[in-house]
Design a binder for this molecule. Structure first.
Ligand SMILES: [Zn+2]
Length: 147
């Protein structure tokens, strides 16, 4: 790990609070997770991204791992390569909506659809967790609904 990859604790806390403790991609709430969420470099350092707060996003472990160093993905509907959702410059509600049963994230735009696919927002394991969390009122997080 190179030195410039280091994100100070105050910066990490700032990212967490700005995100309201939600994964800025799939909107899972960190509150109910066993492991802390990670701070993602939206544009990877290796691709010229900065270590500044404007290039950081709170991401659950899964979204961070799936995203890896990807910046673009293919959208099957428009048959085009598009830039993945950027939590700093894009608005979640413009690209995604919850299904009526609130279990699935539906992409509204090419960017939204490609991001749903690449980050596997609707994998079986997460659908089960969302269903259980919905029963206990933990899902969807109210910030997701009313932000
Ligand atoms: Zn996530």
């Amino acid at each position: 790990m190179s030195a410039n990859r280091y994100i100070s604790e105050p910066t990490q806390n700032q990212v967490r609070q700005r995100a309201k403790f939600l994964c800025e991609y799939c909107h899972a709430s960190e509150q109910w997770q066993y492991v802390s969420f990670t701070v993602d470099h939206i544009i990877p350092l290796a691709k010229g991204g900065a270590n500044s707060i404007d290039n950081l996003a709170l991401a659950c472990f899964h979204c961070n791992r799936q995203k890896s160093d990807k910046l673009k993905a293919f959208d099957e509907q428009s048959l085009s390569e598009v830039i993945l959702f950027n939590p700093r410059t894009d608005i979640w509600q413009e690209h995604f909506i919850w299904s009526t049963d609130t279990l699935r994230v539906i992409g509204l735009t090419p960017t939204g659809r490609a991001t749903v696919a690449v980050l596997a927002f609707n994998r079986a394991r997460v659908l089960n967790i969302r269903a259980a969390d919905r029963e206990t009122g933990r899902h969807p997080h109210q910030m997701t609904q009313f932000k």
